[in-house]
Design a protein around this ligand. Structure first.
Ligand SMILES: N[C@@H](CCC(=O)N[C@@H](CS)C(=O)NCC(=O)O)C(=O)O
Length: 261
């Protein structure tokens, strides 16, 4: 039996051979991926339960005005998942008290809590896992449907996480340790690496192709944190992308999620 599925419309159809075609309709046309029958059956079963399971779920995002929390909030906004913001007072040490440690023993934010009627709460404590959770909960909104396009989105997403955001966090640590010179060098290197992303948006509208994805969220929040230091004048593609993403409603709302002012 062959089953065909069109994610954008949710339509499926069947025919008589054993191959399974998953058909994803993108803005630029039709892309096709082939999977095994068993894998696709798993997909349909999981998808069904995920939708039913998610229907009555209530999401709470614990956090503060930090890059990790903002990335998580933007992902939930972009996915269109309703959530309640729970402000955690980091300067006041709330994240180190029992209430928060019960959610995240590491004493960090963000934390996403999903309350499900009749079931134990589901807790996620890593910003990038929260982003991927949002991406999976609402397929097609934060990651492309097709395999190769999705692989590219992961490639760019991890580029920003490991090559740009990682050094920025290390620099923050060095600064707090009083190692200002090392901190400055890491920031300089981080900005140089970030600026190479101009190439990604030279021909494509977004960081990983023709659609907004988690790669754009990762790139935007870190670029915003060094906005005054980026050489925008010689990076017209990056500037166009930055202005476009910065005015996207989900990004605007996500940036304000933890804003106390
Ligand atoms: N890898 C974690 C890092 C979480 C993290 O370091 N959060 C910071 C705020 S962005 C925090 O809670 N800092 C408080 C502390 O360490 O005392 C993630 O991506 O969520």
């Amino acid at each position: 039996m062959r089953r065909m599925w069109t994610p954008d419309t949710g339509r499926t159809s069947t025919s008589q051979d054993n191959a399974v075609h998953v058909v994803a309709v993108s803005n630029s046309g039709i892309d096709m991926d082939w999977h095994s029958v068993a894998a696709l059956d798993d997909f349909f079963v999981n998808e069904h339960y995920r939708q039913v399971d998610a229907m009555d779920a209530i999401l709470e995002l614990y956090g503060s005005q930090t890059g990790n929390c903002t990335r998580s909030a933007i992902a939930l906004e972009e996915a269109g998942l309703p959530y309640t913001v729970r402000l955690v007072d980091l300067p006041g040490g709330e994240h180190r008290r029992a209430g928060h440690l019960a959610l995240n023993p590491a004493g960090k934010v963000p934390v996403l809590v999903e309350h499900r009627p009749g079931k134990p709460d589901f807790v996620l404590t890593q910003s990038n896992a929260i982003m991927l959770f949002a991406a999976e909960r609402v397929p097609g909104r934060l990651l492309p449907h097709t395999e190769r396009a999705r692989a590219t989105a992961y490639e760019r997403f991890f580029f920003f996480l490991t090559d740009v955001i990682g050094p920025a966090h290390a620099s923050f640590f060095l600064q707090n340790q009083g190692i200002a010179d090392g901190a400055a060098r890491l920031i300089e290197r981080m900005i140089t690496t970030l600026e190479t992303a101009d190439l990604y948006v030279e021909t494509d509208e977004y960081m990983a192709g023709d659609a907004f994805s988690i790669a754009d969220i990762a790139a935007f929040t870190i670029a915003a944190s060094v906005e005054t230091q980026v050489a925008w004048a010689r990076l017209p593609n990056l500037r166009r992308w930055y202005e476009m993403v910065g005015s996207r409603p989900s990004v605007v709302r996500g940036q304000r999620a933890f804003d106390l002012s």
